[in-house]
Design a protein. Structure first.
Lengths: 108, 528
C-alpha cells in the first residue's frame, strides 16, 4: 500500500514536477529513477535510506556519474525468461551483491 | 470573481488539461504501468465528527452580539478611530492609514460587526449575566484625542448586586492597558474578540493563537476548533487574519485561557477571572517594529504558518536589508541575490569541472553520434565519461531541492508581512502586497522563465514531458497573476539570476568549442 503510494508519487514527480529543475541530476540513473528502482526492489526502510543518502550526495562536492542501486535480497521466481519480459538485469558485483540495471528491451 | 477564485480556476484548468492530455494521448510505455496501478486508492477521511451542540456560553454571546448597543466613547488618533459601546466592549476600530484598505477599498475595520468583541465580560451566574446585558456602562469622558500622551477612560456598570469598573488606558501606538475591578468576587470571563476579517489570500492562516511561557505556539485555525481547550501559563493570545490581530497579553500567572468553538467551528478565545484583574491588549496591524516597541513578546503574534521556524530568520534578514535600502522592493531583490549566493557555495567546484568538460567535449560528441537514436543509453555513456575524467557539469538534486523550502519560507514571509502593505517598489508597482493590476510582472515572469528554458540544454526522452515543459511558463504566468507583486518580483529576479548563470556557462562551452575548432583547423593545415 505505502509502497504503491510512494511509487505513484515518484511517478508523478518524474512526469511533472521534475520539469521545474529539469536535468540537474549528477548521476545515472537519476535520483528519482534510483529511488524508484529501490522502492520497487527493496524494503521501504532501506529504499528510504538509500534514496536520501543519494540525494544528499547529489551535489557538486561529489563526482556523480554512474551508480546503480544494489539489491538487498535475491528472490528470483520468474515464470518465463526472455529478453522482452526481463525488467531488470541483476548484475553481481565484487562483494556478491547485485546491481539493479534497467533492461532497455523490456516491453512490459 | 475574486482573485482567489480566479487562481483556483486557473490551477484547476491546468490540472484538468494535463490529466485529460495524459488520458487522450497516453505515452506508450506508461500505459501498461497505469493498467497495473489502475485501482484507485481511496483514503477515507476519518475526521472526527464535531459535536453539533454548541455550549450555552456561545449562544449567550451570540445573543449579546445581536443585541442593540450604541457607542459611548470615541478614541481618536491620526492613525485610528476606536469606539467603546454600552456593553463596555471595543465595538469598532478603524485604521485611517491610506495603505490599509479592505476588499471594498474602504478604511480597514478591525472589529467585525458580528461575533464576540474585545473586552466583553460575561458572568458565570446566568441571572447576573442577563442583567449585565441590559444595563449600560457609563464613561467618565465622551471623547479623547491621543497625540503623544496615553489617556485613561473609566467605564462603570452598576448592577443590582455588583458594580464593575473597567479602567482603560489607551496609547497612541495602538495598545491599551486594562484594569477590571469588581465590588465583590464573582466568577466572570473576558473575551479576546472575533478576529479581524480584512484580507485573506490563498494559503494564509487565520484563527486564534495561544503563546505559552514554554515558547510553544498553538494555533487553532478557523474551522478547526474542537471542544474546549484550556491553557495555563499563557503569555499572549491573539485572534488574527493575514495582516491584523486582536491581541491580549500580560496576564497574571494563574490565568486560564479557554478556547472554544462557535457554530462554524471557528475558535472563540476568552479567559477566566474571579476578582480584580489587569492585563494589556492590542488591536491593529502586525507590524514587526510596532509590536516590538510595545513589548517584544508581541512579535510572537506574527505567524507564518507551520513554516515559521524558517520564515522568521528570513524576515529578520529582509528587515535588515530594508534598513539599508529603505525600499521593500529593492530589499526583496537583494534578498534573492543573497539566497542564490548561499545556495551556490559550490559554484567554484562547478567551474573547475566545467574546465574539464571542455577537455573531453570531443569524446562526448563522439558518444552522442554513436547513440543517436537511444537517449537513455547515451546518457549512461556520457555519465560514464564524466566519471572517468572526474568532471560533471550538472548542479545536482540537493541544491535544487534546497531551494524549495527557501522559496516556501519567502512565500510565507511575503504573504504575511503587513509591512509590504502599501510598500512601493519602482515605476508602476505601488503595493507589493497586492497583485500587479497591469499584469506586467506575471508576464515578465513567464517571459523570463521561457527564456531560461530556451537557454537550458535539455534532452527529453518523453514527448509528453517535453510538451508539458514548454507549457510550464504559461501555467506559471496564470498561477502568478493573483500573487502579491513582492512574490512575483522574487521569482523574476530568481529567473534572471538563473539566466545569467546559464548564459555564462553556455558562453564557456561555446568558447571552448571555438578554441578546439581553431586548433583542429590549425592541425589540419599542418598536416597538409
Amino acid at each position: 500500500m505505502i509502497r504503491r503510494l510512494l511509487l505513484k508519487l515518484l511517478w508523478l514527480y518524474q512526469k511533472f514536477f521534475t520539469l521545474i529543475g529539469f536535468g540537474s541530476c549528477r548521476y545515472y540513473p537519476s535520483c528519482s529513477e534510483y529511488a524508484r528502482l529501490h522502492f520497487e526492489n527493496n524494503s521501504i526502510s532501506s529504499a528510504f535510506y538509500h534514496s536520501l543518502t543519494r540525494i544528499l550526495r547529489c551535489n557538486q562536492l561529489f563526482d556523480g556519474g554512474i551508480e546503480y542501486p544494489l539489491l538487498d535480497k535475491l528472490t528470483p521466481k520468474p515464470k518465463k525468461l526472455d529478453v522482452d519480459s526481463i525488467k531488470y538485469w541483476l548484475v553481481p558485483n565484487k562483494t556478491g551483491r547485485f546491481y539493479i540495471i534497467k533492461n532497455f528491451s523490456y516491453k512490459g | 470573481m475574486t482573485p482567489n477564485q480566479r487562481l483556483i480556476v486557473a490551477v484547476l484548468l491546468s490540472v484538468i488539461f494535463f490529466v485529460a492530455y495524459t488520458a487522450i494521448f497516453p505515452p506508450k510505455q506508461e500505459e501498461t504501468i497505469d493498467a497495473n496501478k489502475s485501482k484507485n486508492v481511496v483514503i477515507k477521511d476519518v475526521a472526527e465528527i464535531a459535536q453539533a451542540q454548541a455550549g450555552h456560553e456561545i449562544s449567550a454571546q451570540e445573543k449579546i452580539a445581536q443585541s442593540a448597543s450604541s457607542d459611548i466613547v470615541t478614541v481618536t488618533n491620526d492613525k485610528f478611530v476606536l469606539k467603546i459601546d454600552t456593553l463596555g466592549r471595543i465595538s469598532s476600530k478603524e485604521l485611517l492609514q491610506e495603505k490599509f484598505r479592505d476588499q471594498n477599498n474602504k478604511h480597514a475595520q478591525l472589529i467585525p460587526t458580528l461575533g464576540a468583541k474585545p473586552l466583553y465580560v460575561r458572568f458565570l451566574d446566568e441571572a447576573l449575566n442577563k442583567e449585565a446585558a441590559t444595563v449600560a456602562y457609563t464613561a467618565d469622558v465622551r471623547e479623547i484625542n491621543l497625540q503623544t500622551q496615553a489617556q485613561k477612560i473609566i467605564l462603570t456598570q452598576t448592577l443590582s448586586s455588583l458594580s464593575v469598573t473597567k479602567e482603560l488606558t489607551f496609547y497612541p501606538d495602538g495598545h491599551y492597558d486594562v484594569a477590571i475591578k469588581l465590588s465583590k468576587d464573582t466568577r466572570y470571563f473576558i473575551y479576546l474578540g472575533q478576529r479581524p476579517e480584512i484580507t485573506e489570500q490563498m494559503m494564509t492562516v487565520s484563527g486564534a493563537m495561544v503563546y505559552t511561557n514554554d515558547d510553544l505556539v498553538t494555533i487553532i485555525e478557523d474551522g478547526d476548533a474542537q471542544g474546549r481547550k484550556t491553557f495555563s501559563g499563557v503569555e499572549l493570545i491573539s485572534a488574527f487574519d493575514q495582516y491584523f490581530a486582536s491581541i491580549m497579553y500580560g496576564f497574571s500567572a494563574d490565568t486560564n485561557i479557554m478556547v472554544e468553538k462557535d457554530k462554524n467551528d471557528n475558535p472563540v478565545v476568552y479567559f477566566e477571572a474571579l476578582a480584580s484583574t489587569s492585563f494589556h491588549g492590542y488591536v491593529g496591524d502586525k507590524d514587526f517594529e510596532t509590536l516590538k516597541n510595545i513589548n517584544p513578546v508581541l512579535t510572537n503574534a506574527i505567524e507564518y504558518g507551520w513554516f515559521t521556524f524558517a520564515a522568521k530568520p528570513l524576515f529578520a534578514l529582509l528587515l535588515w536589508l530594508y534598513g539599508i535600502f529603505g525600499n521593500w522592493g529593492w530589499a526583496i531583490v537583494a534578498l534573492t541575490l543573497i539566497i542564490r549566493m548561499i545556495l551556490y557555495p559550490l559554484t567554484y567546484k562547478g567551474m573547475v569541472s566545467m574546465q574539464k568538460i571542455k577537455e573531453i567535449a570531443p569524446k562526448i560528441k563522439e558518444l552522442q553520434a554513436k547513440y543517436k537514436g537511444d537517449p537513455q543509453r547515451m546518457n549512461a555513456a556520457v555519465m560514464d565519461m564524466y566519471k572517468k575524467h572526474g568532471a560533471n557539469p550538472l548542479g545536482g538534486c540537493l541544491p535544487m531541492l534546497l531551494q524549495i523550502p527557501v522559496f516556501f519560507a519567502i512565500y510565507r514571509v511575503l504573504l504575511n508581512a503587513v509591512e509590504l502593505q502599501g510598500a512601493e517598489w519602482a515605476l508602476w508597482i505601488t503595493d507589493l502586497s497586492r497583485m500587479d493590476t497591469y499584469y506586467i510582472l506575471p508576464i515578465l515572469m513567464g517571459a523570463s522563465m521561457y527564456y531560461q528554458q530556451k537557454l537550458t540544454p535539455n534532452n527529453f526522452t518523453d514527448p509528453l514531458q517535453e510538451k508539458v515543459f514548454k507549457f510550464l511558463p504559461i501555467i506559471f504566468t496564470f498561477f502568478f497573476i493573483t500573487f502579491p507583486s513582492g512574490l512575483v518580483l522574487y521569482w523574476i529576479v530568481n529567473n534572471i539570476f538563473s539566466i545569467t548563470q546559464q548564459f555564462i556557462v553556455n558562453q564557456q562551452f561555446k568558447n571552448a568549442k571555438d578554441a578546439r575548432d581553431a586548433i583542429a583547423k590549425g592541425a589540419e593545415k599542418h598536416n597538409d
